[in-house]
Design a protein around this ligand. Structure first.
Ligand code: V07
Length: 254
């Protein structure tokens, strides 16, 4: 007979009834919003319904992150690899920024949220770009949460882009490679004006980085949450922050 293993529930905070410490929330939370397709499949719905529901989750999580005092929320919305998906799915996804902002831009403005992006945006459809540019423009003086959408983003492509720019600069001024430092590479990344993420969350149980912020997460805490992104909610976010805080208490005291 097999010995019955103790089934420990995953990702329970150390003290499950502990309160969140509002003075110690992570400054920058990055999220890989995975499981939208599987959420739809489970319900025998088309994949695009999963993306639609995933978009609704962003609205709730943005509000909650802002209320908790998180300063930077970076969301992996579309990777440089996602173009290989079926054309109708890509088209639908590319319309989501338009759809999202049509209903949600007033609330973002009201909540003092600043919309920003990282990624190779020039390759996006014109209507998508226009909607995003409008949102950036209308929120540019906001001083609250920075809501950063990673769209057509890939970590390796970002580093290649950075290295090319550095090469151009140094060769144009006849400088040597001695000038190249970690700080310089940082300054040429698309994230140059943000601190590194304190916490990276990936939903839907997969435990990979999948080319998201690969340089920037060198010292981040990783939490892999079991919920599909459309089912992720305020309580799950709070639980992730409690886990983050419990890790800090165990390892941060030295
Ligand atoms: C996208 C919904 C969330 C699940 C994961 C993929 C699909 C909101 C936006 C968005 C982007 C920029 C902006 C406002 C909203 C978005 C893409 C995909 C490409 F200024 N959701 N969402 N963009 N999904």
């Amino acid at each position: 007979m097999f010995k019955k293993l103790n089934k420990k529930k995953k990702n329970q905070p150390i003290e499950s009834n502990s309160e969140i410490d509002l003075h110690n929330v992570p400054n920058h939370v990055a999220i890989i919003m995975d499981g939208n397709g599987r959420w739809a499949k489970q319900r025998k719905l088309p994949r695009i319904k999963g993306h639609y529901q995933g978009m609704q989750t962003i609205k709730k999580i943005t509000k909650e992150a802002s209320d908790l005092g998180i300063k930077y929320l970076t969301l992996y919305a579309f990777s440089t690899e996602n173009w290989t998906r079926p054309k109708n799915e890509v088209n639908y996804i590319m319309n989501l920024p338009v759809n999202f902002l049509k209903t949600f831009l007033p609330e973002l403005i009201e909540n003092n949220v600043k919309v920003e992006t990282i990624g190779f945006l020039k390759e996006l459809p014109k209507a998508t770009l226009e909607a995003i540019d409008k949102a950036k423009e209308k929120t540019k003086t906001n001083t609250g949460l920075k809501l950063i959408f990673a769209i057509n983003y890939g970590g390796r492509a970002e580093i290649v882009h950075s290295v090319k720019s550095i090469y151009e600069k140094l060769s144009s001024e006849g400088s040597s490679s001695d000038q190249i430092t970690e700080q310089m590479i940082n300054e040429y990344l698309m994230t140059h004006s943000y601190p590194d993420p304190d916490l990276l969350i990936r939903t839907s149980g997969e435990q990979r980085i999948s080319n998201f912020l690969i340089w920037q997460v060198s010292y981040s805490e990783f939490i892999f949450n079991e919920k599909f992104w459309p089912d992720f909610d305020k309580e799950e976010l709070i639980n992730c922050i409690k886990i983050y805080q419990s890790r800090q208490r165990r390892f941060g005291g030295l």
